[in-house]
Design a protein around this ligand. Sequence first.
Ligand SMILES: Nc1ncnc2c1ncn2[C@@H]1O[C@H](COP(=O)(O)OP(=O)(O)OP(=O)(O)O)[C@@H](O)[C@H]1O
Length: 295
Amino acid sequence: MLKVSEVNTFVGKKKITSKINFEISLGEVVGLIGPNGAGKTTIMKTILGVMKFTGQIYLNHAVVTENNHQALSKVGALIEHPAIYPYLSGRENLALYAHDQEDCQQIISLLQMSAYIDKKCKGYSLGMKQKLGIAITLLNKPKLVILDEPLNGLDVEATIVVRKIIVKYANEGTTFLISSHILSELQKVMTRIILINHGEIVVDQKISDFNRQNRPQYQVQTDNNELTAQLLQTNQIQFQQVNDDLVVAQADLFAIQDLLYQQRQHFIKLAPIAISFEQLIINELNRQRGEKDAK
Ligand SMILES: Nc1ncnc2c1ncn2[C@@H]1O[C@H](COP(=O)(O)OP(=O)(O)OP(=O)(O)O)[C@@H](O)[C@H]1O
């Protein structure tokens, strides 16, 4: 539904992003992740046709250019601060965009804004404004919703409410492109990760593949750890002894399983070593830096 092809974005003559290529399908929740200044907001603004760029962007096969925003009619976006009129109530702000009262009321209820939606926005807290900004993006059954740091200023309950509404809309076919530094939250909703660094995409994977690939080590115990250690040594399979566990590479698991079977030994423990999602991202960025330095 969204195709970004060979996109370079410029501010004046300065190139901000380079050769950006990705495609997003219906109902995907894509987490756009990367360090400060990596180019996440720039990519989002480029898709919205408000940056100078080369390359092609297609939304449902219709082309987006700096001058042609026709294709964006079914796109909701919240980038930086929500555009809210302070002297109107939340409901009046929503009414400026809403085509359908019922749709509008449902969003107010789902985002739990009923208690303050008829009050003037100038009295809203940061989190209340942020929720209203998110509500505006969800009006009129959008096909694509772009959210830049949507959890800014949200408390725990509001964060859960927003998470649930994202999952609900995605299940109904809305596609999301979300950037957030709160990785633990993003991890709960995203189906795909795009990791960007220095204006380039360095990872573009289904989240399940990313997690699987990055779980490289397992803790192993067998019914005779001592013999197993000797067996691994004899067969030149690398391992570390950590307390009662033998720590081995995921890549060696099948070979280890075969050896144990031949020797009539059995696993009594086989557990992936859990690495936090934050750590996985840091590891990946460090790996990229290492590769760059080696060039
Ligand atoms: N208007 C501008 N003029 C000059 N440089 C800009 C402009 N907008 C963005 N940049 C530069 O482009 C790069 C990417 O910025 P961008 O805001 O896209 O990063 P980001 O990944 O969203 O960062 P953050 O996580 O801090 O929000 C940065 O180096 C930034 O300084």
